[in-house]
Ligand binder design. Structure first.
Ligand SMILES: Cc1ncc(COP(=O)(O)O)c(C=O)c1O
Length: 486
């Protein structure tokens, strides 16, 4: 029986919780059969070299949950009622004759260009990956506190029911009160929809507004998943040059129906669109009836100067659809963002969202609302900005130590990445192949081009998951690897 039990004393999960999960699993998997006598609390404690109290408390909890029964003076037994979930016996798929199935897919998506980072990217010593958070900076204690409060009985009842017709009121309210005013945006609750991040916002927009005749301008290079969503909805994609040329886009081409832009930190070049260009772009779009889809990507993370107001703030009466996200400030795994648009659009989007996933997890909405209202969101962003600034300074300082650089870069005003262009004829793909052998990874730039002529010399270096000394060492390694290529 000893072989059935093992716990890890170094693990962050408590010994009690580990033991509970272990025994419950053994019962459910059928390894501990109904009626089996459990080792006495004393024996179990000495077998695992843990305190007897821990075992007593765990056995009691297992008894309360129905996994064990206790008999006076005899000890604990696995409950007689069989909890082992018996699998239904069917032919295992691998034993079936493989038939050539023709699925007659009406649509396929697998041929769309995909930007994939390696599954094990975090195990690289130097993962220069953009858009992910540094786990070391995550405000774990504050987040846990908000989750705990969101799970208090009084709050729990606010999110246990599904509620597709309405989002968490406290979240909508706090976004209107604290998040949007920082972007210069004022709106009513009816003009907001909570989504599972900008990705879902884009899907809702494309599904409701686009068809084969829709002409949508997209920054080139630009966000690949936006392009894929637009392609999947049959819209004609018109790649447009990024700043400064973007300002005269709608007039130089056949007018666009929509223009998708990332003015705060252009994805992937990180360039911030200056106010004068924002004004010119707004004028042009207004003149040509082009509706702007504003993805306010990394808008909170400016470290060099005050962020410019959102386009939506500069033209509150124009039909601009605005997208915000908590992915870059809290975590992308949270899957939480929001759309701000005129009420009739939000009404449609809410119904479409209901058909897709009803709504974003109520628990996530509630915990995030608390996280913002308790001030943790603002202080976390403040800290992130400081860290990102330090990281960027380390990046530039490290470059100063080299007489000659094998690349140029566009200076960001903030955000979590730097866009670089290797000197001709160095190809980013060759550098990446060599760097991977040195345990260093970065993102190839050519994935971000929607036209047939991607620039093979470009790359994006994400700085958000590396601390200063890692950035310094990684960057030195990157440059030495490039120089050795020649
Ligand atoms: C420019 C841009 N917009 C939107 C998104 C999607 O963000 P979310 O995680 O909110 O879906 C990303 C993801 O990295 C992005 O790069």
């Amino acid at each position: 029986m000893d072989a059935l039990f093992h716990i890890d004393k170094q693990h962050s999960v408590s010994l009690q919780d580990q033991l509970f999960e272990l025994i419950a699993n053994r019962v459910l998997d059928g390894l501990l059969q109904p009626g089996t006598a459990m080792p006495s609390t004393r024996v179990m404690a000495s077998m695992l070299n843990i305190s007897r109290n821990t075992v007593i408390i765990t056995y009691e909890k297992l008894t309360a949950e129905g996994f064990l029964t206790s008999e006076k003076r005899k000890g604990y037994f696995v409950t007689n009622e069989s909890l082992h979930s018996k699998n239904i016996q069917v032919t295992h798929p691998h034993q079936q004759q493989s038939k050539n199935l023709h699925w007659h897919f009406k649509k396929t998506y697998s041929d769309l260009p995909q930007f994939m980072k390696p599954k094990n990217w975090r195990s690289f010593t130097f993962p220069f990956i953009a858009g992910q958070v540094d786990h070391r900076l995550f405000p774990n204690r504050e987040w846990q506190e908000c989750c705990r409060i969101a799970n208090n009985t009084s709050m729990l009842t606010q999110w246990l029911d599904d509620c597709p017709d309405q989002d968490d009121e406290s979240l909508v309210e706090i976004i209107i009160k604290r998040v949007l005013p920082k972007r210069g945006i004022y709106c009513r609750p009816e003009e907001i929809l909570i989504t599972q991040g900008s990705q879902q916002s884009l899907y809702l927009i494309a599904n409701i507004l686009f068809n084969e005749e829709t002409r949508i301008g997209i920054e080139n290079p630009g966000y690949i998943d936006a392009a894929n969503i637009f392609r999947a909805h049959s819209a004609s994609l018109i790649p447009v040059s990024v700043y400064p040329d973007i300002t005269d886009t709608p007039s130089t081409l056949k007018p666009l129906d929509y223009l998708y832009v990332t003015p705060s930190h252009q994805c992937p070049t990180t360039i911030t669109m200056p106010i004068s260009h924002r004004k010119a772009l707004l004028n042009n779009c207004l003149q040509h009836n082009t509706i702007i889809i504003e993805d306010d990507y990394e808008c909170e993370l400016n470290f060099l100067h005050q962020p410019a107001p959102a386009l939506k703030a500069m033209a509150p009466n124009d039909p601009i659809i605005y997208m915000g996200s908590f992915s870059k400030t809290i975590a992308p795994g949270l899957r939480l963002g929001f759309l701000v648009a005129p009420e009739p659009f939000i009404k449609e989007a809410r119904i479409l969202r209901k058909m897709m996933n009803r709504h974003t997890s109520g628990l996530v909405q509630k915990a995030t609302a608390l996280f913002i209202s308790r001030g943790y969101y603002d202080s976390h962003i403040k800290r992130l900005i400081q860290h990102y600034h330090e990281r960027y300074k380390t990046f530039t300082n490290t470059l100063y130590s080299f007489d000659q650089l094998p690349f140029t870069y566009s200076e960001p005003t903030g955000g979590s990445a730097v866009w670089i262009t290797f000197n001709n004829p160095i190809k980013a793909a060759d550098v990446l192949t060599a760097c991977q052998k040195e345990n260093l990874y970065f993102e190839l730039g050519h994935f971000f081009y929607h036209s047939c002529k991607p620039n093979p010399h470009t790359a994006r270096l994400g700085l958000s998951t590396l601390n200063e000394s890692e950035i310094k060492d990684g960057l030195q390694l990157l440059i030495k690897t490039v120089l050795a290529l020649k």
